[in-house]
Design a protein around this ligand. Sequence first.
Ligand code: GDP
Ligand code: IMO
Ligand code: MG
Length: 432
Amino acid sequence: MSVVITVGSQWGDEGKGKIIDYLSEQADIVVRHQGGNNAGHTIRVEGVQHIFHIIPSGILHPEKVCIVGNGVVIDPAVILQEIDSLLSHNISVEPDRLKISGQAHVIMPYHKLLDSLEEERTGGRLGTTRRGIGPAYQDKAARIGIRLWDLIDPDIFRKKLRYTLEQKNRLITGVYGSQALQEENIIEEYRAYADRLRPFVCNTAEFLEISLARQKRILCEGNQGTLLDVDHGTYPYVTSTCTIAAGAATGAAIPPWRIDRILGIAKAFQTRVGEGPFPTELTGEIGNRLRNAGPVGEFGSTTGRPRRCGWLDLVLLRYAVRVGGINALAITKLDAVGEMDPIRVCVAYDSPDGEQRTFDGNANRFDKITPRYVSFPSWKRDISTVRRFEDLPQEAANYVRFIEEETGVPAVIVSVGPERGETICREDLFSR
Ligand code: GDP
Ligand code: IMO
Ligand code: MG
């Protein structure tokens, strides 16, 4: 086994950071392949919390190599802040340990501005993170983006910026009535970023190719989640990237046939930040209790927004399994859902066309469905110290087994707390 891909199976924030940090111990290389600092991945090790937005969640393991692949969009200020924060915790971040693809695109000031201006114009139509993610990917597809290779070459950077900025300023002033951005200010700010980032920029595709030939174990870190995928998610309430496992093939240049395992990470209930349909959402008292269950509440790790909470939706989880080829599951926050009694799970939707057990990719239909639930008794016990599946209370084990039966996928990891060690591992994913 050499390539394991982790993906969010819901609308993001499934606890990917925690699981990736845990699995990094067994990997040699941890790779990010899409998204940008819209992601917020939380890791807790011995009471110290780290939140990563761009740097892969394997970085806390001193001997692992972390890669930011070509499919990522990078806000240079944010990645430099992360590097500085790691250094302040005495964690080494040298170019032999952090490698950034020269083909990754740079998030520019006009991307962030346009993201915010459009959200403001529409009264928050999508509820984006306003980090410039959508506009940066638009420019990539429009072939006017600036890549890391361009950023670190002052002449090329100036030339490309001039071309793009002229167009962006017309949009900023003409359509949005906002103030034009000044080329010289951007050049000065980004020159300083380029000087610091230059040593990290390289050909990560070649590095991965060589590493694969040497049988290195590679762990890919998904961002966002299947239901935020630009093709397969609840469009248009999605992010701008391919968030399923296939995204690793293009976003990091990993040949699809090398992918051995696809680990879907799913919370034992469901959350969403931003706009869009959410069939099992709980807006009242029970939703509040779910939001505050467990040692850490459900508030955005990137924007601090309260997350919308609801019961686990197996219709959507079955879909995530099917559309993304998930063949192993990690169930997180089992400890938190145990604070509810009873625990409910959506097993199907009732719709005018009859029972629906999976999603057809058409989010327009959500307003015509009613979730059908089954109830589980809670275990009402602290399970955060449990480390073997057979030591879980019967009710908790039954809840996990039910998810396995309904999705047809084994739950190889069960997470019972935010700390690295609060994890039940039933199979070594790299072993087969
Ligand atoms: P990510 O974006 O998928 O990495 O998830 P976030 O870090 O944004 O949000 C997940 C939250 O759940 C974080 O606060 C984690 O510390 C926390 N968390 C992860 N796993 C568990 C778990 O098993 N139990 C509890 N109680 N919290 C968890
Ligand atoms: P992680 O990796 C949860 C959501 C935003 C918004 C939509 C589009 O931590 O799971 P964008 O800024 O990407 O254009 O916003 O996607 N979103 C996330 N929600 N977790 C994330 O990342 C998210 N990244 C984006 O809230 O609804
Ligand atoms: Mg998150």
